[in-house]
Write a protein that binds this ligand. Sequence first.
Ligand SMILES: Nc1nc2c(c(=O)[nH]1)N[C@H]1C(S)=C(S)[C@@H](COP(=O)(O)O)O[C@H]1N2
Ligand SMILES: [Mo]
Length: 331
Amino acid sequence: MLIGKPSDIPSSEITPRDAYEDYVNVRRSERRSFLRGAVAAGAAALGAERLGELFDPRIGALAGTKLDTVKSPLTTTGEDLTSLNDLTHYNNFYEFGVQKNEPGQNAGALPTRPWTVKVEGKVKTPKTFDIEALLKLRPLEDRVYRHRCVEAWSMVIPWVGYSLSEFIKQCEPLSTAKYVQFLSYYDKKVEKWASDTSIFWPYSEGLRMDEAMHPLTLLTFGLYGEVLPNQNGAPVRIAVPWKYGFKSAKSIVTVRFLDKQPPTTWNDQGPSEYGFYSNVNPTVDHPRWSQKTERRIGLPFYAQRKTTLMFNGYADQVASLYTGMDLRRNF
Ligand SMILES: Nc1nc2c(c(=O)[nH]1)N[C@H]1C(S)=C(S)[C@@H](COP(=O)(O)O)O[C@H]1N2
Ligand SMILES: [Mo]
């Protein structure tokens, strides 16, 4: 069957299940030859830069490559998955444009190979990990997580990865390491959209060490059983399901262990609006909007509105990390 023509198909008509079946059932080789045919047929009529968008929602040289995965007990069940079409066309990745559709058009420019992740700061020995070694460090798990953006919309995403703690063990942090900082790839020639913002690049995020070591915190390489599309933060990103989406840095190149809380991008942009912790908390409103409810992307209009849950529904697993802390002050 035809892979997308997203502009013609309202996302409400593509069920997540259909989308997933398509993506696991269509063999990659078939899709590639289909794409070659489609490109040849369509190239005359369409601007080349739009072809990727019309025929396949995934962009990036390796996006869509199947990954070997195992099931994970740490998975959220019971909610419909957000379709691949929505996951790849409604993104925040400001290095590739501030509009939700822009990363899906522009992130093809991101060179995801070769790729290394540099580990520095309070560690036994600074090291550099090649992406291929990272992919093989632990079995890759399928893990469905709810994703709640601070802008009060949400998705349900079938990620692929393993607990960040497994990687951190390999980094051999010193006992003085209390925080971990993640820095995203930044090249202003590749990410020309970045300089139109007032953000200080590279994108920086951070976690307290116990948050980073929590088994739910995922070092993420894929979604829907395949290599991450570039717009979703290829080749490696973080996913922290109980925090607002901006805590999950994309396309990370540096992991730095620190004895102090690192500066982070959105906290730096607006300290009164975006805290360091940014745990999903329906009782603490953003100064400019409520956090009590969220809009689930891709559902029919009448079904979109959902009640936001404390810690995004992961309270049983993570609330104990914050005992004794005032979560209004530490928002
Ligand atoms: N480098 C980088 N990482 C980033 C962002 C960004 O702009 N740049 N946006 C964040 C925000 S606000 C969200 S909601 C998620 C979006 O991830 P998704 O597009 O894969 O859903 O990525 C986060 N990570
Ligand atoms: Mo976000």
